[in-house]
Ligand binder design. Sequence first.
Ligand SMILES: Nc1ncnc2c1ncn2[C@@H]1O[C@H](COP(=O)(O)OP(=O)(O)OP(=O)(O)O)[C@@H](O)[C@H]1O
Length: 710
Amino acid sequence: MSAAPTEAFRVTGGVNKVRFRSDSGFTVMTARIRNAEGEDPDATVIGVMPPLDAGDTFSADVLMEEHREYGYQYRVLNLVLEAQPADLSEAGIAAYLEARVGGVGKVLAGRIAKTFGAATFDILEGDPDRLLQVPGVTASTLHKMTQSWSQQGLERRLLAGLQGLGLSITQAQRAVKHFGEAALERLTADLFTLTEVEGIGFVTADKLWQAQGGALDDPRRLTAAAVYALQQAAQQGGHSYLPRARAEKGVAHYTRVTPAQARLAVDTAVELGRLSDDTPPLLDTEDALHDPSRIYLPPTLRAEKKLASLIRTLIATPPAGDEWTVPKGAAKGLSAEQAGVLNLLEEHRLVVLTGGPGTGKSTTTRAVADLAEKLGLEVGLCAPTGKAARRLGEVTGRTASTIHRLLGYGPAGFRHNHLEPAPYDLLIVDEVSMCGDGLMLSLLAAVAPGARVLLVGDTDQLPPVDAGLPLHALTQTAPTVRLTQVYRQAAENPIIRAAHGLLHGQAPAWGDPRLNLVETEPDVGARRVALLVRDMGGPTQVQVLTPMRKGPLGVEMLNHHLQSLFNPGEGGVRIGDAHARPGDIVVQTKNDYTNEVFNGTVGTVLKADGARLTVDFDGNIVELAGAELFNLQLGYALTVHRAQGSEWPTVLGVLHEAHMPMLSRNLVYTALTRARERFYAVGSATAWQRAASRQREERCTALLDRIRAR
Ligand SMILES: Nc1ncnc2c1ncn2[C@@H]1O[C@H](COP(=O)(O)OP(=O)(O)OP(=O)(O)O)[C@@H](O)[C@H]1O
């Protein structure tokens, strides 16, 4: 082969030996590869490939690269398996038959190879009955052989065809996994169907589409863009629907088409049922300026309607039995407001308890659980995250779990639902501000007939990451107690006072040793933060929070400086955004129900060997490898969103005008209330003033209207 060219080139080859293959399809093999310029008899070839064995032949686009340890090797971009072995000697054919064709053992493979030689594969493909003349090949053996051969042939043709559409081998494999045999036909008919595959979005499909020379105004492209606009609105802004004008703007933004075409795109998507138009009949009182139109993704519309009817039912139906009585002593130590919750639960199945930090929500929750158990009721305690569940358990002195665990979440979804309700007479859910419509629907759908539900949360916290704002709708429709009095020791705490001040648009009054601010410029900020963390006792004593991931004061930059100061060194195991070494602080970024580690849980790396990490998450010691490592990031600094539901004694909050797009009152309120004893702001006081005055953008949700609708 000539010197390493920088761009990809095509080779054909035969597999010598497969050295390694991960479940994601990443393979390391040695192969004989050749092209017009020459042959490399035993090259190292790496990359994501279809399942293959020694003896397979293939054609592939490869890039040559020099690895610092292994020297030259070829990285596969696309690889198509040929339908027969490289080595057409009798032994080669026998080895291939034995390895790849079902029902054929060593002896039989030898006989077939001896009888038919290189013609074996054409016969297997085109005239398989002739194989019956080989002693030992029975009708059932032949059936197994032809089944397996045609299945493999189909998969080979599918992968080759999909790669012909421009898909990478990874995308092709995921498409086959998702669509099965119909993959090629579905994607040939409409390449944008690819967006149904987990992890492949409109932008990727559009790149493939344009690489194929697809027309920019093709209805399939425009329809897919309309659906994508709604998906992005839910993911980025938590919107359950978009007014038509914004949906059209989204389409124009993603496709660069004219407003007229964008309008057509939304109309077409609605006609095809890919989107739903649920615009309510315009009441004459509506002002013409307010755009009442509502464009939904169909599943979101169904969920919102279902949730509204569930809430209406819970509000309208009486609790089962009459055992709920509130004896005199039950309200001991509670304020009249707090005691109100106990009384409301006598008549109502669904009660909501809200209030800011230190207003006595947890105290009230404990009193409700105590009373319910005295009355002999089964009480279920849960919260959206592991950390919040643990805290709920601590303050109520009972076991509490995540909502997912309480509802029996597994690969097939939630075990408890309207068919098999959760077996509790009273469900208490904490930190409900973190529940989107989806999780709230799963939760309320699993409430047993006649059972009661107490939802506890703080409506001023950040809105949920998922779409919808159910807690807000519930506080305006279900019987609600809003605790306002901040208690003595809580009131003395400047953090809690500052949090309540934020709700009235006031920036915190800095200067208290428990509530202080240090100004810094973005470019030197990360380094400054690392030194401050050192002065404050190191990363185990203080949690750093910041609004963003990117930028000079983002999580990535802060973690880089914090890791180099507190755990310097080289190498380590690759995780989501860096390399982790023993002693590093890491954070789980996705719910992992198998290891019972949830998004936002912080842990310490105990061991890092090869491609495995042992992490201690608050006493839950887990071993992580493979894809699980990409659910981890360095955790010296976290985004405020990731910190929701967690609390630390000391928090260092980084906030600067540079974060402007993210700054809102709820964001800084949530950051501040993550600190139990001490909050240290680094950045600029102006940023806090600006944030305090900015309400977050309203979310497009019609849940409240639907609950109220008659
Ligand atoms: N009725 C009350 N009378 C006197 N003190 C109270 C009362 N209710 C709560 N407290 C005290 O106020 C403090 C805050 O109570 P609690 O932790 O229940 O508030 P919270 O709303 O759960 O706060 P956070 O949201 O921060 O968890 C606690 O020290 C608690 O003992």
